[in-house]
Design a protein around this ligand. Sequence first.
Ligand code: 0WE
Length: 268
Amino acid sequence: MRDRCAEEHALTNGFLQGKKGLILGVANKRSVAYACASALAREGMELALTYVNDRLEKSVRQLGEELGAKTIAPCDVTQPEDIDKLVELIGAEMGSLDCIVHAIAFAKREELTGNYMEVSREGYQIAQEVSAYSLPAIARRAIPLMEGQDGSIITLTYIGSERVIPNYNVMGVAKASLEASVRYLAHDLGPRGIRVNAISSGPIRTLSASGIDNFKSMLDHIADRAPLKRNITAEEVGDVCAFLASSMSRGITGSTIYVDAGYNIMGL
Ligand code: 0WE
């Protein structure tokens, strides 16, 4: 399977052939990050994947091998030395980087329920640090690897940044911060040939959504109201990620692109 995959990726002339990408945030096969990695690999991109902790190492290694990933390394974005080492390793093993997919978010479980106003100082800080600060922290360090070739940085966000989604709470505030970061980074990095964009995805059943109160009723609500009358899949996000990684999107930077079956346009 893995040989066939790798061979096909080498033989087919995918539109990302010859490009190299780093994906942060794969946990398992259902991860949106995995769907992005899979779409990028399908189009011929050479990949590096990261895992946060020992608990996830095994599954990320296995998925990485299936996708023909060259580099699989630990990275806890709250540890600056982790990011430094990761960038150094990628420099040594891959030489350069054309694309970064930032698919990382974290808030404490207890912050994703009840009233937003009860948010703790620590809970607020952790959500911001992991989910938002990590983007400029990675982007800045990766500049030397990305400069001089149409580079693309892609992150994932959610409509809870702009409108109230009950219980999303501190994550909504962190995503608002992440989206503002996308615009400021686009301004900083545009002159160096690096584009920065976000994909605002509709809700998807992943590890991140597990244990969220009433997730099923949120999915039903979307399928009822969204113009496409359905939910979206991780693969649909992966395909837009491949587009944003490619030169087909060379005129787009600082944007948030919705992959939400059109839900965001509705007023009622
Ligand atoms: O961004 C997210 C979820 C991110 C997330 C999920 C968890 C669950 C487990 C961040 N931190 C944690 N921490 C945990 O301990 N989404 C877009 C999915 C999501 O999460 C929600 C949603 C939706 C949609 C939480 C409340 C309401 C809606």
